[in-house]
Design a protein around this ligand. Structure first.
Ligand code: AMP
Length: 310
């Protein structure tokens, strides 16, 4: 008898990030799309992560991921190699990162070869990374039932064709407002989401930073989530990845793909994103508990509740 496999398989960048915001700066701190999303998902489900690091990647970071119950056998370490390094800064409303440096390093020659037990994963999240790598992973998970992807401006302009190929093959895309406009050339977000829906994904989740997230299904808004009203955002890095990880981890933990449950997943995604931005790197997630998460989930419910007309 086979046991139920509710693990989420995640591929994406595993990074050392140098980040500056009005509230401070961190140098070569733990980051990367796969890291933020894996840790967010790990609050709900087992996670298998696929990525690559160099010899400079501190062992303590791997130990931290393992302490979260994340299976790190899919992270290759390249002898003599240098880890992916991203540097960015934020100013003003901090809704958009200003990329100062993208050093792909070991990702340039990465050829993901999944451990055999990863290949039966049903829940797959293709976090932000070269869409050609996303496709290589997708080819190795024939039993996937729910596949989601994320991307960013760097790949929209640099690897558009591969990205369109990914979009044909996923059920859900998480994308922010600026990226949705860049991808489609359409300023109006509803029109942009309709176009992206036509590229392939059933659900198009457009993240709008401090203005929440909107999910489009079948050409129409099927859910709108507020963002949590924080008085202070310390570091927005990883908000999108945390959103997607929380969403996927929750869906996998329930095995329920009904529209109502997908809405709950959007709220959990917003919850994880809102916590993540309250500190640099993974610091907030290191001290977060599932009770904190559920408490904020209920706060989200309270702030958007209204009665039907009498
Ligand atoms: P987010 O703030 O959720 O959009 O993602 C931030 C993370 O994306 C950072 O931790 C970076 O290491 C990572 N990142 C930045 N540029 C890229 C890129 N071109 N490909 C993959 N990951 C990236």
């Amino acid at each position: 008898m086979s046991s139920i496999d509710n693990s989420v398989l995640i591929i994406g960048s595993v990074a050392l990030d140098t980040v500056e915001t009005p509230l401070g700066r961190v140098e070569r701190a733990l980051g990367g799309a796969a890291v933020y999303s894996s840790v967010a998902a790990s609050f709900f489900s087992p996670v298998r992560v696929v990525g690559v690091v160099g010899e400079d990647f501190p062992e303590e970071h791997i130990a931290f991921l393992m302490s979260r119950g994340i299976d790190t056998r899919g992270i290759q370490k390249v002898p003599g190699g240098k880890t992916f390094h991203w540097a960015g800064s934020y100013a003003g409303d901090m809704n958009q990162a200003n990329t100062l440096l993208t050093e792909l390093n070991v990702f340039q020659s990465f050829n993901p070869d999944l451990p055999v037990d990863y290949k039966s994963s049903k829940y797959v999240f293709l976090a932000n990374i070269d869409p050609e790598l996303q496709l290589k992973v997708l080819d190795q998970v024939p039993q996937a039932e729910l596949v989601a992807c994320d991307t960013m401006n760097f790949w929209i302009s640099g690897k558009r064709d591969a990205l369109l190929e990914v979009l044909k093959r996923v059920n859900i895309v998480f994308i922010n407002d600026a990226e949705a406009r860049q991808l489609t050339g359409e300023v109006n977000l509803t029109k942009a989401a309709t176009l992206i829906h036509e590229y392939g994904p059933k659900y198009v989740v457009v993240k709008k930073g401090e203005h929440g997230a909107v999910m489009y299904c079948d050409d129409t808004i099927c859910f709108a989530a507020a963002s949590y009203p924080l008085e202070e955002v310390t570091d927005p890095t990883g908000a999108g990845d945390s959103f997607a990880g929380g969403f996927m981890g929750y869906v996998a933990s329930t095995g329920d793909l009904s529209p109502d449950n997908i809405r709950r997943a959007v709220v959990y995604g917003s919850t994880l994103a809102s916590y993540n931005v309250q500190d640099f790197s993974l610091a907030m997630f290191k001290r977060l508990t599932i009770d904190d998460i559920n408490q904020r989930y209920n706060e989200f419910r309270r702030i958007v509740h209204f009665d039907p007309l009498g």
